[in-house]
Design a protein around this ligand. Structure first.
Ligand SMILES: *[C@@H]1O[C@H](CO)[C@@H](O)[C@H](O)[C@H]1NC(C)=O
Length: 222
């Protein structure tokens, strides 16, 4: 009888152990799913409440919805959404450290090209060549990732100024900058944000926090 009692205790322990093991593994899985879901919905938000690219209101007629997010430190890539379509992101594998740019036809909203240029260990020449070829009427959506200032000289910056940027000249080492403008617009773009890299207030040690903006760009009408 004593042996049977000991065996029973052992069986109970094993059962509890196995149950705990299974439960904790399921909990882990559940937790991971929750984390993933949390990350997705943070940007994509409930369908009922948001519109294309996560704008809080539908864009007026003859406007294109967009969302631009800068990178976070040198870890998370930037994201550019246009009319509900992700044009550039880490998932699409078409972003990189430096300045990330998407070009669209301002009249039709059609995607023309996306590209990124490393402004830290790369050279400014490919960026200048890229900017010089942009045709009037082209929308330019840009986002920083890691650093866009080290190699970006006045010649390169001037292209963005001509597209409506008023802040590009102040962007320094590891500042975050996001921008939407167009080649040939006559005024300053309202779609531009900038956050300084400042060691005492940075969210990440060597980088400021990411910035994001949504908006509606008027379609080019002739
Ligand atoms: C960094 O932020 C601190 C606190 O706001 C401020 O006092 C300091 O002037 C800033 N430094 C630079 C270089 O902007």
């Amino acid at each position: 009888m004593r042996l049977a009692g000991v065996l029973r205790v052992v069986v109970v322990f094993i059962t509890v152990g196995v149950t705990w093991f299974i439960a904790s593994n399921f909990l882990n899985i559940d937790w991971n799913l929750k984390l993933l879901k949390g990350r997705e919905t943070k940007d994509a938000a409930p369908r009922v409440l948001t519109y294309k690219c996560g704008t809080s209101q539908p864009c007026p007629k003859n406007h294109f919805a967009f969302k631009i997010e800068s990178g976070a430190a040198n870890v998370v890539g930037p994201r550019i959404c246009f009319e509900g379509k992700i044009l550039m992101s880490s998932v699409k594998n078409n972003v990189g450290p430096g300045i990330n740019i998407a070009l669209l036809d301002g009249a039709t909203g059609e995607e023309i090209e996306t590209n990124y240029f490393n402004m830290y260990s790369g050279d400014v020449k490919p960026l200048i060549d890229f900017m010089a070829k942009i045709k009037p009427g082209t929308l330019v959506l840009a986002a920083s990732y890691d650093d866009i200032a080290t190699k970006m000289n006045p010649e390169a910056r001037k292209y963005f100024t001509e597209m409506g940027s008023s802040l590009i000249d102040t962007v320094k080492f590891r500042d975050n900058w996001i921008f939407a403008g167009a080649k040939g617009i006559q005024e300053k773009s309202p779609f531009e944000q900038y956050i300084k890299n400042n060691g005492t207030v940075n969210k990440y040690e060597g980088w400021p926090e990411l910035i994001a903006m949504t908006g509606c760009i008027p379609q080019k009408m002739d």
